[in-house]
Design a protein around this ligand. Structure first.
Ligand SMILES: [Zn+2]
Length: 180
């Protein structure tokens, strides 16, 4: 999906219009050294934080509070962490049929899955790991502020998104917004 055709709100509840206040709060969370997570109100006006990351097996992970069943979840990758979805981030919307927002300093990833298929976790993680590995190898720069600001970068992102759709039937959008 071409990024210049993107508008918040275009996909209804999958893609609420984020308020300026929500964006402001997200910038604060991204500055932190740990991950944060929560849910977004369906109108996009409110970002609710439910948890802060803890270290599990040496990796900083945010445990979701699924009791809310709000359907639109978010989490952050703090500065310096990978700016794209992890293998598990790709698995979650497929398995739970929820919308996932991933906030990074370079922009927002939004992912969801429209089908009702049940997915095997190991199978998804294997494919996600391959797609993520290919993307990472093409784009070794992980801390360059304007990494998205050229054609090559946006082409890589576009092919990454196409692979996710083709191989896993997951819809993914990247919105480059400076949240640093
Ligand atoms: Zn993540």
């Amino acid at each position: 999906m071409a990024v210049d055709s993107f508008e918040f709100g275009k996909f209804g509840h999958h893609n609420p219009i984020l308020s300026e206040y929500s964006k402001y709060r997200m910038k604060e969370y991204i500055k932190d050294t740990v991950e944060h997570c929560g849910f977004i109100s369906t109108d996009g006006k409110y970002i609710h934080k439910t948890n802060t990351g803890v270290k599990i097996n040496g990796r900083n992970t945010c445990i979701r509070d699924r009791a809310n069943f709000k359907r639109i979840y978010w989490h952050t990758h703090p500065k310096g962490r990978p700016y794209f979805p992890s293998d598990n981030d790709i698995f979650l919307p497929l398995h739970y049929k929820e919308t996932e927002f991933l906030f990074t300093e370079f922009g927002i990833w939004i992912m969801w899955c429209d089908n009702n298929k049940r997915y095997d976790r190991d199978y998804i993680l294997k494919i996600a790991n391959k797609i993520n590995g290919d993307f990472f190898n093409k784009k070794k720069i992980i801390s360059h502020k304007n990494w998205y600001d050229n054609n090559t970068d946006s082409k890589h992102v576009e092919s990454y998104i196409l692979e996710l759709k083709k191989q896993l039937d997951i819809t993914c959008i990247f919105v480059p917004i400076d949240l640093s």
